[in-house]
Design a protein around this ligand. Structure first.
Ligand code: BDR
Ligand code: CA
Length: 318
């Protein structure tokens, strides 16, 4: 049976790569997309989601606009990584969207889907977790109806990866640490957290994407958008490789055995030098503050070649 998926996203180059993976794989039935600020403004990420769905041949799928700002603080965008348009300056290569965003906003749409598909809905969140936190505030029983939650976000220092926007924080969590704290504090039936410890280990050499340059319009867009994005990482890491954070997180639903997992409660630092830092008490050293918290599965490493092949195969057929 296909997994009924809901994608919460801030496209975003690696969000586009994740969306392509979802739409290609027969294991998934994408029900809807909700958007959030993050890589760009929510107006921009919503427009990008609509255009990408049209490009990928699924203009019928609803896009629900979500949060424009974090629960606390001001929004910050990631133009240095994803360009001013969130798509490496490639929006001109995207088709005009077939329609507008759905009139039902993100939180209401997500909650409605959780009722219609109670027990069968798989949530995937690859932007700041603001929409999820707002949904939880509106209806704390949401986790009871969600079969699994897969999050791209956080960094725990594995393999030296402590952050990508500050030395202590990963972007999706740093964009809304309060939202992340509330999502981590909820008792999900299954919650997988794929942070930098895992995504930074899944680096795809850019030359392995080169068949996309000659492929379909969708493949050419992914290729073009990936070049400046990978360039950013090449400058930072000294390696010309694609770090497809969000696609790696989606791959966790398809191939969980390609990840190493570690269970434990999680908390988020709010304010100060380590604002947005995530901590997992996998050794059970924490006191009373930790004991009540639910345990989540954090990805600490990956079988990078397996995930690379999985992603390349999908992107080459979109
Ligand atoms: C995450 O932040 C965003 O820039 C990416 O799309 C990804 O979701 C990586 O830290
Ligand atoms: Ca993202």
């Amino acid at each position: 049976m296909r997994m009924k998926l809901w994608l919460d996203t801030d496209p975003g180059v690696d969000d586009a790569l994740a969306l392509a993976l979802i739409l290609v794989r027969p294991e998934f039935e994408l029900l809807g997309v909700s958007t959030v600020f993050g890589n760009a403004s929510v107006e921009q990420t919503t427009a990008n989601a609509l255009r990408l769905l049209t490009l990928f041949g699924h203009p019928e799928l609803p896009v629900h606009a979500g949060a424009a700002r974090p629960l606390v603080g001001e929004p910050r965008f990631a133009a240095a990584v994803h360009g001013n348009d969130g798509m490496s300056g490639c929006t001109a290569q995207l088709p005009e969207p077939a329609g507008a965003a759905h009139r039902v906003p993100a939180v209401e749409a997500l909650l409605a889907a959780s009722h219609v598909h109670a027990g069968a809905l798989h949530l995937v969140a690859v932007g700041p977790f603001t929409n999820l936190a707002l949904a939880l505030r509106q209806d704390p029983s949401l986790p009871e109806r969600v079969a699994s939650l897969t999050l791209m976000g956080a960094a725990f220092g594995g393999h030296g990866y402590t952050g990508n926007v500050t030395p202590c924080a990963e972007a999706n969590v740093h964009n809304d640490p309060r939202a992340a704290a509330e999502v981590f504090a909820a008792t999900w039936q299954q919650c997988r957290v794929i942070g930098l410890d895992a995504t930074q280990r899944t680096r795809i050499p850019i030359r392995r994407l080169s068949p996309l340059a000659e492929g379909s319009a969708a493949q050419r867009l992914l290729w073009a958008a990936s070049q400046p994005y990978a360039g950013y990482y090449a400058t930072r890491d000294g390696e010309n490789a694609l770090v497809a954070h969000d696609a790696t997180a989606v791959a966790a639903l398809l191939a969980p055995e390609a990840f190493t997992w570690r269970s434990g409660p999680m908390r988020v630092v709010e304010g100060g030098l380590a604002h947005g830092q995530t901590v997992q008490d996998w050794q059970h050293l924490g006191g009373a503050d930790w004991r009540e918290l639910p345990h989540h599965a954090v990805a600490t490493d990956t079988d990078a070649e397996t995930l690379t092949l999985l992603c390349l195969e999908a992107w080459q057929s979109c």
